[in-house]
Design a protein around this ligand. Structure first.
Ligand code: CU
Length: 634
């Protein structure tokens, strides 16, 4: 397969060529590491023109860290023109943490005499069973956080090589490491709380007896799946889109459209999870720094799993393999990074005419495109669902192991859930920020806030039963900073004022919130100033090619004020223009005993549903299933 489409992920050959061009230029020194290498996405117009002209420049974007002096550089290399398009020093930023640094950090911490002494005080003598969790350092107003490249580590202990170390946290011991100088710069020991000893294991070998009674459940599609794949382009049941993947965001979808009367009507230009933040709610020193920005500080693409048939995915699966790059610029394959399959989804629609007893019923099927990333203790599944009625759902499945802390035996804490008489799982929230670059029937869209209101009782509403959806056009970025309002049934409509349906209304898609919650961080909390996006559930911006991440390009150790909060100060117009929606959803996690030692999947989602986009139920033409014969079989 030759990669030519503008969004197609990078190939090993392209990466090799670009790295060679950079190294050949002598701009890249031995001490430099490639933090990120990904497709430099072409501008929107050239992508949209591509179908006509068939030409688009291929370029690769690099973030480079010089570990000798801590300087960060950005480079763009043109594969098409075989040259460096730009190479610039980016002052005052810290790029995301890199895998080399995780390994470094563990060794540095374990070799530090102060750390060893602190562990010995707690009875730990076998340092091979010491686990160092390298956490992003964040920013709390300490000048060191602006001067050095840091990692704030906590320590957990295994009792043997297969033991779940989250059951044995070393509470109150925090180690700050300078990742460039490769040395410990501060050991904070906040007091000697005994390390919880009770084991909590979940692996196959640790389960004494498995339950009985499960008969085989096979998904069989004897004629194969109903989708077609051409490179990274997918067609299924009138849907068309392209799959992409970046080291930062992981799974990305491009140019999502639906075929309607022989014409593919665009809906989304680009969709991704652009950031997520997991702030923990315990004030103690060992807990209060926990707040990973997993997209911007780590990169969920880099930490994506290779999926296994029959385990992660069941049925007739199509896998997309992706190419990632290590910090030396060597590409490697991540097989089965994205999984795609069809699922039976129960009822699509049904009606029984009780007079004639004629029943019409259709079964629903959905196309699932997904990937799973492991981010420290947590595992997240990211699922896009396409339905035959023109709707799209995005769902995140949260599983893995809850983050823990310890108290003196018999103590309790309100900031966590006790798991045994010493161990607790800390209260926390997961906030996810979706970047939805919409193009409903074209680039020029507007966004409308909708909530329901009751008509006052009076001569025109004598029974007090009248109600209607109240609609407000969001004219600018400030008006578009919205919260959910489940009691009024609030949702947001993305309309195309220039495209009308059969009743003369602008065509639209509704963004419908699922589970959501507010942040419980204090307005002055340092982490909130870095993650202001969490204070609203909806933001809308006019499209700008450089506005990709809600907390800015470099959230690691950033003091805050970048991204959405900065851009929207301009209060630009968002009416009848190319808009980007940023939908923020929060999952409040007060851990349960049942979340331990490994957490059953919990989900959070939202829907995009056509609303006057089609002139009638677009799934009317879904045929009845062969084995279901309506009235004709009676
Ligand atoms: Cu959680």
């Amino acid at each position: 397969m030759v990669n030519t489409y503008p969004f197609d992920p990078l190939t090993p050959d392209e990466i090799l060529a670009a790295v060679s061009i950079l190294r050949g230029s002598k701009k890249v020194q031995e001490s430099m590491r490639f933090v990120a290498i990904h497709l430099h996405e072409p501008n929107k117009q050239s992508v949209l023109d591509y179908e006509l002209v068939g030409v688009c420049k291929r370029q690769i974007f690099f973030v480079i860290l010089d570990r000798a002096d801590g300087k960060t550089y950005e480079a763009v290399v043109s594969i098409t023109e075989e040259k460096i398009s730009s190479f610039k020093y980016i002052p005052g930023v810290q790029p995301s943490l890199i895998v080399d640094e995780f390994f470094d950090c563990e060794q540095i911490v374990k070799n530090e005499p102060q750390v060893r002494a602190a562990l010995q005080k707690r009875g730990v003598t076998d340092f091979s069973l010491v686990m160092v969790e390298p956490g992003s350092a964040g920013y709390y107003g300490d000048p060191i956080e602006l001067e050095r490249r840091l990692c704030r580590s906590i320590i957990l202990i295994r009792q043997d090589t297969a033991d779940n170390f989250y059951a044995h946290p070393v509470e109150g011991l925090l180690i700050l490491v300078d990742l460039n100088e490769r040395k410990v710069v501060r050991v904070e020991d906040h007091g000697l709380i005994p390390i919880p000893e009770e084991q909590a294991n979940y692996t196959t070998n640790s389960v004494k007896e498995f339950r009985q009674g499960l008969k085989p459940l096979n998904i069989v599609q004897p004629e194969g799946p109903s989708f077609t794949v051409d490179g990274w382009k997918v067609k299924w049941q009138k849907w068309q889109f392209r799959v992409g993947f970046t080291p930062r965001e992981g799974l990305v979808l491009y140019t999502v459209g639906y075929e309607d009367n022989g014409r593919v009507r665009p809906i989304i230009y680009r969709a991704s999870l652009a950031e997520m933040t997991v702030p923990y709610g315990h004030p103690d020193p060992g807990q209060r720094y926990k707040n990973a920005f997993d997209v911007g500080e780590y990169g969920i693409g880099m930490l994506t799993n290779s999926l296994e048939l029959g385990c992660d995915c069941l049925g007739e699966i199509y896998y997309f393999d992706v190419v990632l790059v290590d910090t030396q610029g060597q590409s490697y394959s991540l097989p089965h990074a994205v999984c795609m399959h069809e699922e039976d989804y129960g009822l699509l629609w049904k009606h029984k005419d009780w007079r004639t007893e004629q029943t019409e019923v259709r079964r629903s099927r959905r196309l699932v495109v997904s990937s799973i990333a492991t981010l420290g203790n947590y595992d997240y599944g990211f699922y896009w669902y396409f339905y035959q009625d023109g709707s799209i759902e995005y769902e995140i499945k949260l599983t893995g192991i809850v983050s823990t802390g310890a108290v003196f035996p018999g103590e309790v804490t309100r900031y966590g859930t006790m798991l045994n008489n010493q161990l607790y799982a800390t209260n926390h929230q997961h906030f996810f920020c979706m970047r939805l670059d919409m193009m409903v029937d074209g680039l020029n869209n507007s966004v409308i806030e909708v909530h329901n209101v009751s008509e006052p009782m009076g001569p025109d509403n004598p029974f007090g039963n009248a109600f209607y959806p109240h609609k407000t056009v969001l004219r600018n970025e400030q008006e578009a900073q919205q919260l959910i309002d489940p009691l009024s049934g609030r949702y947001w409509q993305i309309i195309n004022p220039g495209s009308r349906n059969k009743v003369g209304q602008p065509v639209s898609y509704n963004l419908i919130p699922g589970e959501n919650v507010q942040t419980f961080l204090h307005p002055n909390a340092p982490v909130l100033s870095r993650a202001k996006y969490m204070t609203r559930h909806l933001w809308v911006t006019p499209y700008h090619f450089a506005e990709k991440f809600p907390v800015g390009d470099y959230p690691n150790q950033h003091p805050g004020g970048d991204g959405l909060v900065k851009w929207t100060e301009k209060n630009r117009s968002i009416e009848d223009t190319d808009v980007v929606l940023w939908y923020v959803m929060g999952h409040n996690h007060i851990p349960r005993l049942e979340d331990w030692p490994v957490m059953p999947v919990t989900t959070i989602n939202f829907h995009l549903k056509p609303s006057g986009f089609f002139d009638q139920n677009p799934a009317l033409d879904v045929p009845p299933t062969d084995y279901c014969h309506p009235i004709r079989s009676y």
